[in-house]
Design a protein around this ligand. Structure first.
Ligand code: AHR
Length: 644
């Protein structure tokens, strides 16, 4: 990447002159603690169309016709002068008991005038040149009905169906294919739609199924997938997966968040409903105001972990839903404890001996997954009945007895049991983070470890502005300095669909529409921090006038003696410092510097300006154990320097 030279030049003001004697000491003689190997990770849930209409590759919206009870929302009927059709939902032709609603299309067309049904996708259907899309759906036609109490109805007579990707106005067909013949039984149709190399990438498109004939057709589970990350069937969107991979995340906390809990017990993440073939996943209404297909189910979360080499941090439903619905500890809670034990068994058990692990093998993953962390519930301090103490104890005892090797995370502190780790959440302003950078410095090291399972500087909409990135970077510095105690942390929420109506939560790390995506300045701060970290924490000390406010942390990789110095200057004044490495054999003359900087704290990235603020890396030369450096106003800096 090109260095931004101008930001490396000191801007001489009276304030910088006053601060010229400032010294930043880094003590190389005695590391103070070990850095957690799992420090940076991801937290996700179905919010802001994170999975459906986001990471999960499915392009058809309302594929199972459950999004609305009355109408086939996101679907339209396309008729013409010589082609009549009626489109409606029906529960008379269920595909399975889990997908009870199908789309009925009554048609009466002349041979060359089709009736079509079209899906608009999640704010459009992204279509790119030279790309193959996999379409599939279940369809059947009506047989002749001869029941005495009804007039005779002729069987469906019609040709195969034409499947196409078309521009939204229907003026251009971008790819098309034809199915085999239709029968009177449910049949799965699968076709490939390949675009030519001369089309322009666009999301202003629709997916169309066209039929010629007379009679009735029923459709269920209509699906369209683009190429996915690692070519996984039912897999994830490539650009978003690549952005997540660039964060080098060590773990994934899932499935929530509030999404785990649901507004009511019926809306919780009931893992058993999210596994198995898609015709047996009904989806569920989620607490963020829309229905989830559950295409991103328990197994898909684990495959995502495998793809990005992340450790799963599994949140298990702990008998509390958001509308103040706690299940009392005792016999009634046993059902949910059992559900959690079975979930762990499904993931980690031996497929040849365990029923639940056998199901996992049937679902396509015979090998047990590695699982070390289980979190019981989410933010249970919101339970006004204060029932977590009892609920936690019941879950803890059962899980510890059956799986003694698992580390158990509490969603907050309890008295009667000792969680191995406590999950703490922080949504704050940048200024509030600055005031509290010492939050963990004096924290008790003898108790449970800390997992900062959700945090963010909540400034910026839909994604953080640069001021938020400064707050985030400073807070990450505070966590890195304490990463003997804070074993993991994750920003939240991670993903947001930036289309109108896509966002339920204001500040999110990565934004996207159907076609493109972008990282916020905070995203780039995380990329810089998670990819430049050692395994031991070095002591730092800033000798400077009181008005010099900088957040600083240094770590070192023992294997190659690389030192990573991180400095955040959140103020409007550049800071001239002497960087002093104490107690060293010396340092090598060459290093690198990566800087993230904005002219104004309100500057940001967006879907139209995705790379306005990105990190710039440049060589550092002529280094010695004491060297001068100016940290620009509004900047986040990472230096990589080699010790001798
Ligand atoms: O990150 C958004 C929400 O914030 C999470 O679902 C919840 O755990 C927290 O309150």
């Amino acid at each position: 990447m090109t260095p931004i030279k101008r930001i490396l030049l000191p801007l001489v003001t009276s304030a910088t002159l006053a601060a010229q004697t400032s010294i930043l000491h880094i003590d190389l003689a005695a590391p103070v603690a070990k850095v957690s190997p799992n420090l940076h990770g991801l937290m996700t849930e179905e919010i802001n169309y994170s999975y459906d209409g986001g990471l999960y590759g499915e392009l058809i919206r309302n594929r199972n016709f459950c999004d609305d009870e009355k109408k086939p929302v996101h679907w339209t009927l396309i008729e013409s002068a010589a082609a009549d059709g009626i489109m409606a939902l029906t529960d008379k032709r269920p595909l399975t008991d889990k997908l009870p609603i199908s789309l009925e299309l009554q048609l009466n067309t002349s041979p060359d005038k089709p009736v079509s049904i079209a899906n608009e996708g999640y704010w459009g259907i992204p279509v790119r040149p030279k790309t193959t899309y996999k379409a599939s759906f279940y369809v059947k036609g009506n047989l002749a009905e001869t029941a005495t109490d009804k007039p005779a109805v002729a069987a469906y007579v019609g040709g195969p169906l034409k499947i196409s990707l078309q521009t939204a106005d229907g003026s251009k067909i971008l790819a098309q294919a034809t199915t085999g013949p239709i029968t009177g039984s449910w049949q799965k149709m699968e076709v490939a739609l390949t675009t030519s190399d001369d089309i322009t990438p666009s999301a202003a498109n629709k997916f169309v199924i066209s039929a010629n004939g007379v009679g009735t057709l029923w459709f269920s589970l209509i699906s369209l997938f683009p190429p996915t990350y690692n070519d996984r069937p039912n897999g994830n969107r490539v650009d978003l997966s690549e952005k997540l991979a660039a964060l080098s995340p060590k773990f994934l906390r899932f499935p929530g968040g509030n999404y785990l809990e649901g507004n009511t017990l019926w809306e919780r993440f009931a893992w058993k409903e999210t596994r198995g073939p898609l015709p047996f996943r009904s989806g569920h209404h989620s607490c963020w105001g829309y229905r989830s297909t559950d295409g991103m189910g328990l197994l898909e979360f684990m495959l995502w972990c495998e793809d990005l080499k992340m450790e799963p941090v599994l949140g298990v439903f702990a008998g509390y839903s958001l509308q103040q619905q706690p299940v009392e500890a005792g016999p009634l809670l046993d059902h949910y404890v059992q559900e959690a034990l079975e979930e762990i068994e499904y993931l980690t058990g031996d497929a040849s001996t365990s029923y639940w692990a056998g199901l996992r093998a049937k679902d396509g993953h015979p090998e047990p997954f590695k699982l070390r962390y289980v979190e019981i519930g989410n933010e249970d301090y919101f339970d006004l009945s204060h029932s977590y103490e009892g609920r936690f104890a019941q879950f803890f005892d059962a899980i510890r007895a059956r799986y003694p090797g698992l580390l158990i995370i509490g969603s907050h502190g309890v008295k009667t049991r000792q969680p191995d780790v406590i999950d703490e959440h922080f949504y704050r302003s940048a200024e509030d983070f600055y005031k509290d950078l010492a939050h963990y410095d004096k924290h008790d090291r003898k108790g449970p470890k800390i997992f900062v399972g959700e945090w963010a500087t909540s400034e910026g909409d839909p994604t953080p502005n640069f001021n938020a990135a400064l707050g985030d970077a400073a807070w990450m510095i505070a966590m890195e300095r304490n990463s003997d105690l804070i074993i993991m942390h994750a920003y939240a929420p991670l993903l947001v669909n930036v289309n109108p109506g896509g966002m339920q939560w204001k500040t999110n790390l990565i934004g996207y529409d159907a076609l493109t995506s972008y990282g916020s300045p905070s995203y780039y701060a995380q990329v810089m921090f998670s990819n430049n970290i050692g395994d031991e924490i070095l002591k730092t000390k800033l000798e400077a006038a009181p008005e010099v406010f900088l957040a600083v942390s240094a770590t070192r990789k023992t294997v190659n003696n690389k030192i990573y110095l991180k400095v955040v200057n959140p103020r409007d004044t550049p800071r001239d410092l002497t960087v002093a490495f104490d107690g060293a054999n010396g340092i090598l003359p060459n290093g690198t510097i990566t800087t993230l900087h904005a002219d104004e704290p309100t500057d940001t990235n967006s879907i139209t300006e995705p790379e306005k603020i990105i990190p710039h890396t440049a060589p550092l030369k002529h280094l010695s154990t004491r060297f001068p450096h100016t940290f620009p106003a509004y900047s986040i800096t990472v230096m990589e320097i080699s010790g001798k």
